[in-house]
Design a protein around this ligand. Structure first.
Ligand code: ZN
Ligand code: ZN
Length: 123
């Protein structure tokens, strides 16, 4: 693994913000580790291929990157806010219902966050 990839992995694992490639790039810059944006993309695709990070794709948004600790996500339909939520591991139950060999699953709960609900109430 390159030094940059290691550094990027550290940033992702120590953040709970689900950073985009661009944010990671800025983060590196702030720490005086100037690398090209293309290098960030290359490192991210390497880390993803190796299964060291998770990629979260949401329609209409840039991809975000996350640690691989088992957890699920909630996404606000209005503002796109992405939050972690830890639910019971459903693999066993899905397995029972599908009769297929499940490797992993990707659960996204779409909801409306408190901020957006409050705004809606005012409108
Ligand atoms: Zn919202
Ligand atoms: Zn997450």
């Amino acid at each position: 693994m390159t030094k940059n990839a290691k550094y990027i992995l550290k940033i992702i694992n120590s953040s709970s913000d689900h950073l985009t490639a661009e944010q990671i790039y800025l983060c590196l810059k702030e720490r005086n580790k100037a690398v090209a944006l293309a290098t960030v993309y290359n490192s991210l695709s390497f880390l993803h291929k190796e299964g060291l990070i998770k990629k979260i794709s949401i329609e209409g948004c840039p991809d975000r990157y996350d640690n691989t600790k088992r957890h699920d996500h909630m996404i606000c339909k209005k503002c796109g806010k992405l939050s972690d939520i830890t639910l019971e591991n459903l693999t066993g139950r899905l397995q029972e219902q599908t009769d297929i060999y499940i490797i992993s699953y990707d659960l996204k709960i779409i909801y409306i966050c408190d901020d957006c609900l409050a705004k809606e109430d005012k409108a």
